[in-house]
Design a protein around this ligand. Structure first.
Ligand code: DPP
Ligand code: ZN
Length: 844
């Protein structure tokens, strides 16, 4: 397959003024009748009339009523067309039932639904399926399904048909259709200018009890976007539909968002606090796309971060406003490091604005999303809150209704604030995570910090230029008081020194407060200084970071036989835990162990070859030592974390439960699972039962509970996903592959459902010591299943192949084994473009 290049972009040859679609639904033979008004684009550089299409059986096609014979070309058809406005009409037949790739129109659990981003609309009808072609759509759905929905407002209906009209011009990737036996939670919202909006959250009968929280989250999102960004909703109705077979989390189709059930359905009995939090964020994210994505969309897919980076940043702001800002920030950074830094430091590293791709579905990545959001966060730090708001106002005013580029986005910041962003733009064009080396000097009241930035080479980019790095710094005096408040240092050079005068004693610096830039800080320091920051830093993020670094230092010391400041760490941990003024959610995060994958990357960065077994052993040893050291604290703290009010998924209760579960893990190492068994039996919410079950698995005492859990939840797919996932992620290294094999033979396992496949194989990839067993059994097992899944669902296969992306970290034997599996996948006849690109890039 040929790569597509950003530099090859040309404007569309024809624009669309109006789309009329009729769907005659039938599971294996749906007819799609299209009537589209085209007109030549005055800005076009050629006159070719080309329409995308894939797997369409054409019944008829006409231009201005006269039959035409399209020529089949790569990816679609070409037709001789007038150099003046005309009407294209076509009738095609498609087979939703046979569509297991879950792209285009497909059937999930007996209902019809669509997924068109990025390039799924071309599987529905002939169309210029590119985001810079925007048009209003009218859709008529004919069939005997009780509920038949599309984008926009309902405009007409009759026996066996419904009509929907979306007046807002949109690209085809935002098209949606849903039909089936569905029931709605109904509500409404009054916008800031007093307009009434009907709200509907559609689910399968039986799931009504899982819709209350999602609806509240939607209303909060609508209000927040009005208050913080001045953005009002623009149709008479906003609908969400929950679908069980879905490749992504959710999709922002205009007025008709389609959600993976896992990203919207929840109840205290079936969902954990983490589920509630994620659902609130995803509902906000998709709703916020209405302005950042739909009203203003992307010119082409190289601009994907224009909408995704910005919308992630907006959902992060929203979550911070709904919950604790510092706890949200720590969680966001944990996920950034776990996914984006990992990607950025391996063969899949790419720019926030890539220059080329083979399959766009492979670029819905942590870099486009999370790093894209970090870039906007830095921009806001640099121009200030007022500058940011002015720039956003200008963005909406100038570009409403347009398909834009990242350069358009940066230009509004330049115009609104007068700032030159040419150097800042490198954040979009240079891949790789910058390393920030820090040295310091102290001389009679003058303290200097010197920073040196370097970004390692990434595929296709050997040399990097210095980037603009906002470094938020505060200084603490020897007694722990803050002697300099947070100040943002703007680094623009490769090496740069910043001076602080008039200090009475040598300060302890708190660097990169709030994680003000997505970089890796390298600074020689002592365990005592980290413990000091964990005790005194006024910046919660850096307080947490100090404890985290200390834990990592202990672990790497244990593994490499170097210094392992275990006593300093345990003492600092106990002090932190005893601090009742600190938010329990914060303390839970501070008590959380660094992940084994994180340690592997840290060792690799330091020039060593990580051994997954040794890392696992060290983590186990440290967990045991922590439990023993902290045991006197456990009874009192655990009692303090009891929630006596009825379950509410709010931040306050969730924080207490999170710390309670961390304490239960410690207790399990001392009592062999007694407390966990008691909590499992008493649990009246999923957070408690799942947390207790995890502890029982760790203690090797979970058989009875697992059987009971399975029997109780066998009819709830989302809960069963947890049952599968937990067993794999808590399997001992030598048993992980066998656990996966056993679970794939369970009658409830299916590879047609992405959630179920991920619950087993995502968890397997997330159990490094199990996946990286020396004999290569884990690699072979995953490769077998990827080869099996590829013909069914290329997108999920490609995504899951990312499990191999860190392979160059490991020893020569493991690398040989992985290379063998990657080659075996690549040699599979008929391998999808998605998987071929991903595995090919990983192989290098
Ligand atoms: N549905 C995905 C998201 O919202 C892709 N746009 O990020
Ligand atoms: Zn998005």
């Amino acid at each position: 397959p040929q790569p597509i290049y950003l530099s090859d972009y040309t404007p569309p040859e024809y624009l669309v003024d109006q789309v009329e679609l009729t769907f005659r639904l039938a599971p294996s033979a749906t007819r799609v009748i299209s009537k589209i008004r085209f007109r030549p684009n005055p800005e076009a550089v050629s006159k070719r009339f080309f329409l995308h299409g894939e797997g369409l059986a054409t019944i008829s096609s006409t231009i201005d009523g006269a039959p035409v014979t399209p020529r089949e070309v790569e990816g679609g058809i070409e037709v001789d067309a007038p150099d003046a406005p005309f009407t294209w009409e076509a009738e095609v037949e498609i087979d939703p039932k046979a569509n297991t790739a879950l792209e285009g129109l497909y059937m999930s659990n007996g209902m019809y639904c669509t997924q068109c981003e990025a390039e799924g609309f071309r599987k529905i009808t002939w169309y210029p399926d590119r985001p810079d072609v925007m048009a209003p759509f009218t859709v008529r759905i004919e069939g005997d399904e009780p509920v038949m929905l599309s984008n926009g407002n309902p405009t007409a209906s009759g026996d066996g048909w419904r009509e929907w009209t979306d007046p807002w011009p949109k690209p085809a990737y935002l098209f949606a259709l849903v039909a089936g036996d569905l029931v709605a939670r109904e509500d409404s919202f009054t916008t800031m200018s007093g307009k009434h909006v009907d709200l509907r959250l559609w689910v399968r009968p039986g799931d009504e009890g899982k819709t209350a929280f999602g609806m509240e989250a939607l209303k909060k999102s609508m209000k927040w976007d009005e208050e913080v960004y001045g953005r009002e909703y623009d149709l008479d109705i906003f609908q969400i539909v929950a679908v069980s077979d879905f490749n992504m989390g959710a999709m922002e189709n205009k007025g008709l968002n389609i959600f993976n059930t896992s990203a919207v359905l929840c109840s205290p009995e079936t969902s954990t606090d983490a589920n509630f939090e994620r659902i609130e964020a995803i509902i906000a994210h998709e709703y916020f796309h209405n302005w950042t994505g739909n009203r203003i969309t992307c010119r082409d897919w190289f601009q994907l971060s224009l909408k995704e980076g910005l919308t992630v940043f907006r959902d992060q702001q929203f979550s911070a406003d709904m919950r604790s800002p510092s706890v949200c920030r720590i969680s966001d950074v944990l996920s950034l490091r776990g996914r984006q830094f990992r990607e950025d430091n391996g063969p899949l590293a790419h720019q926030v604005q890539p220059d080329s791709f083979v399959e766009i579905n492979n670029f819905y990545t942590a870099t486009i999303y999370e790093k894209g959001a970090e870039v906007i966060r830095m921009l806001k730090t640099l121009v200030g809150d007022d500058g940011y708001r002015k720039a956003l106002d200008l963005y909406f005013e100038r570009h409403d209704g347009q398909a834009c580029t990242i350069d358009d986005w940066l230009k509004v910041f330049e115009d609104a604030t007068g700032r030159d962003l040419s150097q800042f733009r490198r954040w979009y064009k240079q891949a790789g995570t910058p390393r920030l080396k820090v040295t310091e000097t102290w001389d009679d009241g003058t303290y200097q910090l010197t920073f040196t930035q370097t970004t390692p080479p990434t595929p296709g980019q050997a040399v990097k230029e210095p980037q603009v790095i906002p470094i938020a710094v505060g200084l603490l005096g020897p007694n722990g008081d803050e002697v300099r408040e947070t100040q943002v240092l703007e680094m623009t050079e490769g090496t740069q020194t910043f001076t602080f005068e008039g200090l009475s004693a040598r300060p302890v610096p708190s660097i990169l407060r709030g994680f003000s830039a997505p970089v890796i800080v390298e600074r020689e320091t002592t365990p005592d200084e980290r413990a000091f920051l964990l005790a005194h830093d006024t910046d919660e993020f850096n307080r947490w970071e100090a404890g985290r670094s200390l834990a990592k230092e202990v672990l790497t010391g244990m593994i490499t036989g170097g210094d392992a400041p275990q006593a300093a760490y345990l003492d600092a941990l106990a002090t932190m835990l005893r601090d009742d003024s600190a938010d329990p959610a914060f303390r839970a995060l501070a008590l959380q162990m660094p992940g084994e994958d994180d340690i592997a990357q840290t060792l690799f960065d330091a020039g060593m070859t990580p051994d997954p077994d040794a890392i696992h052993e060290a983590c186990e040893t440290l967990k045991q030592a922590r439990a023993e050291y902290l045991q006197d604290l456990l009874p009192r703290l655990s009692a303090d974390m009891t929630v006596s009010e009825p379950f509410e998924p709010n931040a306050e209760q969730a924080g207490k439960r999170a710390l309670g579960l961390q304490l239960l893990k410690l207790a399990t190492r001392l009592d062999g699972g007694k407390a966990a068994q008691a909590q499992y039996e008493a649990a009246d919410n999923m957070t408690h039962s799942l947390g207790a079950l995890a502890c029982l698995l760790d203690a090797g005492k979970a058989d009875a509970a697992l059987a009971e859990f399975r029997e109780r939840w066998k009819n709830d797919a989302l809960v069963m996903d947890k049952w599968f996932m937990l067993q794999v992620s808590h399997a001992a290294p030598a048993e992980a592959a066998a656990t996966v094999e056993r679970l794939t033979k369970d009658p409830a396992f299916t590879m047609k459902n992405p959630n179920r496949f991920r619950s087993v194989f995502g968890a397997f990839a997330g159990n490094p010591a199990g996946f990286h067993q020396k004999d290569g059994s884990g690699y072979a097992l995953l490769a077998d299943w990827l080869i099996r899944l590829d013909p069914i669902n290329p997108q999920i296969t490609a995504r899951m192949s990312g499990a191999f992306e860190t392979w160059k970290r490991y020893d020569a034997d493991r690398q040989d084994l992985i290379a063998g599996e990657l080659d075996r996948i690549l040699a599979t006849p008929g391998l999808s473009r998605d998987t071929a690109e991903m595995v090919g890039r990983i192989r290098g």
